[in-house]
Design a binder for this molecule. Structure first.
Ligand code: ATP
Length: 341
């Protein structure tokens, strides 16, 4: 049975550092939830509070409705997966996975069945008798996952589990992790500073800064509707424009800044209609990457002030490397985000 995780008004200081500042968060049963943010923002500290390695200065943590704030880690029924796999080199994979069940004195027949199931879930059953040093990094991380899953935790906590893997394996494993969590119906909290990892597999994510949750939402919400300039620039790339940039064509409301993603700026003349905002200027500094190109575009706003925007072009046909070229571009008004700060 999947459980909810409720973080209520959690604060934690280390000396003068306020690592968590009144953090509140509701994670739904079966949800794959990501904590994302720059180094030192408090992600790991929050995860360790859920695991029970830290006691908060203030606030409470509920797992499945039970207040576990004062419950020691081994009684919280959570599984943890870390960046380092920490497998025992002298044990076979099956023995590594079985260890947690032996500690719990699970009867032999049941132990064997559950170890096989866990290895099967991570697609490593055929290698049960191998030793860890015969495995690739990705395979070792699968075993670490199986070891966390075999004890049937109420929730899974993952701290940068893919950081030691090369780029290709990371892509493969992140899809695997989502499949495994969903198959096991587990509530999972996943810490990373890799935004692509979070956007690609999270049900929802929280962006943290200096111990505070800046925004919580689905990947689409956080990417397309960032609440402030920090979130807009932390997730993906963005162009900041002055609020009056488009003049009468776009009403910025109370915004102090507009945010426009580089992929939302389209080269060419705009279609007809008031929702298409026109830019005239010149492009230069093209970085051509084959399937995409990144251009810099100098354009004048309604007040005459010039701004340089980054523009992504898919299936690019224009190269403006050594000299600037005149260009027209357009932005759909719904792709402009008005930011309060
Ligand atoms: P990273 O991505 O670099 O791992 P993080 O977001 O996980 O960063 P935390 O490890 O949670 O950040 O640290 C949050 C803040 O608390 C940092 O300023 C850190 O230096 C401080 N901190 C964390 N743990 C301790 C500790 N045990 N003692 C003292 N300060 C700590």
């Amino acid at each position: 049975m999947a459980v909810s995780i409720s973080i209520q008004n959690l604060s934690k200081s280390f000396g003068a550092t306020r690592a968590l500042d009144r953090v509140s968060l509701e994670i739904a049963p079966g949800e794959l939830f990501f904590l994302l943010g720059p180094s030192g923002c408090g992600k790991t500290t929050l995860l360790r509070h859920i695991a029970g390695f830290y006691r908060p200065d203030e606030g409470r943590i509920l797992i499945g409705g039970d207040d576990v704030t004062d419950t020691p880690p081994h009684r919280r029924d959570t599984g943890m997966v870390f960046q380092s796999y920490a497998l025992w080199p002298h044990m076979t994979l099956a023995q590594n996975v079985a260890f947690g069940l032996e500690m719990r004195r699970v009867p032999a027949a049941e132990l064997k069945r559950r170890v096989h199931e866990a290895l099967d879930t991570v697609k490593m059953a055929a290698r049960a008798d191998s030793k860890p040093n015969q495995l690739s990094g990705g395979q070792q991380q699968r075993i670490a996952l199986a070891r966390a899953l075999v004890v049937q935790p109420r929730c899974l906590l993952l701290d940068e589990p893919l950081s030691n893997l090369d780029a290709k394996l990371r892509l493969e494993m992140r899809i695997e992790i989502r499949r495994i969590c969903k198959q096991a119906g587990l509530t999972a909290v996943y810490v990373t500073h890799d935004q692509k990892e979070a956007l690609s597999i999270a049900d929802r994510l929280a962006i943290m800064r200096d111990g505070v949750l800046e925004q919580i939402g689905t990947p689409l919400e956080v990417y397309r509707q960032p609440r402030n300039a920090f979130v807009a620039s932390f997730i993906g790339e963005t162009n900041f424009l002055p609020p009056g940039f488009f003049g009468a064509a776009y009403d910025p409301g109370q915004a102090t800044k507009l945010s426009v993603r580089p992929e939302a700026v389209h080269l060419g003349t705009p279609p007809a209609g008031p929702e298409f905002l026109r830019l005239d200027g010149e492009i230069h500094g093209t970085v051509y990457l084959g399937e995409t190109a990144q251009h810099q575009m100098d354009a004048a706003g309604a007040d005459g002030a010039r701004t340089t925007l980054t523009v992504f072009e898919l299936n690019p046909e224009i190269l403006a490397r050594d000299e600037a070229r005149p260009a027209t571009a357009w932005i759909h008004a719904r792709d402009v985000v008005a930011l309060p700060q």
